[in-house]
Write a protein that binds this ligand. Structure first.
Ligand code: NAD
Length: 343
């Protein structure tokens, strides 16, 4: 078993549990980063990692990101994340076993969908635990697939960053899966032009049908656009891609877009405005939180729309204090967590 407390991505995580095994039909990791503000909430990612260490790195980074995202969105939740890196039985059975592992944490971790997971998977998890969200509820109640709300939060942020309208503007969207596709629909409905890329041909053609132009997967970041929106996987903004970026603004739904902290400074040096990912992409967890707390569906949209002014505020602080947008956002969050710990 790997020692997570000495791992380079360890950041004071409260707990990391290696879950599953041959008999359970899956292998995964649940990382509880912080419960200072509330139970650690964050989705479950299904991914074919190159190694167990890569899975642990992702779980540690993503769970920390959830602490920051949830605190920034003013939710009564801490941060956690699960990754499943092997399924060796019937899928629903594997997720039911994963639910048993979630149940054993007694509510310290609440799960939901992330990359690779579906509503059906959440239903299977719900057979063994109530600490799960992302399941459609009765009319009027918050719940279900969080990605449309994530996309809405990205959309309102893009609009604010482009001065209030997207009509006639060109947006390059990297990854047109659940979040990216919903975002593309909102953008097209408001008159934007799209350039898209995706490694998955089915998803690519679904979004192409909205009238989008296609760019090669390894060139989308360099597309001539008014704004670049990373909506695939993390670390897309790095030492190789940043010098090639052509859009002056970056605002997307993907988690952990900056490969390293230095990349935030690289973007500033190039004069590119970067809207910190976890401020922008909180719409899904805002929906999950309302679902988990049994709130009405109509509270969600207003909270998601409030992401846009928050993004502008973070960028203002960064500018006035001479720090990167990511540093400005992190500082706000750390102050909130410290206040919660004192209380
Ligand atoms: P998804 O799996 O539905 O979509 C991801 C898409 O990216 C897929 O179509 C995939 O083929 C594509 N992709 C993967 N690698 C690519 C590459 N190198 N170039 C281009 N396309 C590539 O996942 P999703 O739910 O849409 O999530 C997308 C991102 O947003 C992830 O980083 C996720 O963590 C983040 N996010 C999602 C939510 C949510 O509500 N689903 C909430 C917050 C953050």
């Amino acid at each position: 078993m790997m020692n997570w407390k000495t791992h380079p991505s360890f950041d004071g995580h409260e707990d990391v549990v290696f879950v599953g095994g041959e008999a359970q039909g899956f292998a995964g990791i649940i990382a509880v980063h912080s419960t200072a503000i509330g139970p650690a909430a964050g989705g479950c990612r299904i991914w074919d990692y190159d190694s167990a260490d890569a899975a642990l790195t992702d779980a540690l980074r993503l769970s920390r990101g959830m602490t920051y995202k949830n605190a920034m969105a003013d939710l009564p939740l801490g941060g956690g994340k699960a990754v499943i890196y092997r399924i060796n039985t019937e899928r629903a059975d594997a997720f039911q076993s994963f639910g048993e592992a979630v149940e054993k944490l007694n509510g310290r971790y609440i799960t939901a969908e992330d990359v690779g997971a579906t509503v059906a998977d959440m239903r299977a998890i719900a057979r063994s635990t109530s600490y799960v969200a992302g399941i459609p509820k009765e009319a009027g109640q918050a719940g279900g697939d969080p990605s449309p709300m994530t996309a809405l939060g990205v959309f309102v942020s893009i609009k604010a960053l482009l001065g209030g309208y997207v009509q006639g503007r060109t947006i390059a969207v990297q990854g047109v899966g659940s979040v990216g596709y919903n975002l593309c629909k909102l953008l097209v409905d408001d008159g934007a032009k799209l350039i898209i890329a995706d490694v998955n041909k089915t998803n690519l053609h679904r979004a192409q049908a909205l009238g989008a132009e296609i760019a090669p997967v390894d060139q989308i970041h360099a597309a001539k656009a008014d704004l670049f929106s990373p909506c695939a996987l993390g670390a897309g903004l790095n030492a190789e891609t940043i010098p090639e970026l052509a859009a002056p603004i970056i605002c997307g739904g993907a988690n952990n877009q900056l490969a390293t902290d230095e990349d935030g400074a690289r973007l500033v040096a190039r004069g590119i405005t970067y809207a910190p990912d976890y401020v922008v992409n909180a719409g899904g967890i805002i929906n999950v939180s309302a679902e988990y707390l049994g709130e009405a569906a109509d509270v969600v949209e207003g909270r998601v729309r409030a992401i846009a002014p928050r993004v502008l505020k973070v960028l203002d602080i960064a500018k006035s204090d001479g720090i990167t947008p990511q540093q400005a956002a992190d500082r706000i969050v750390r102050e909130r967590i410290a206040a919660a710990k004192r209380a």
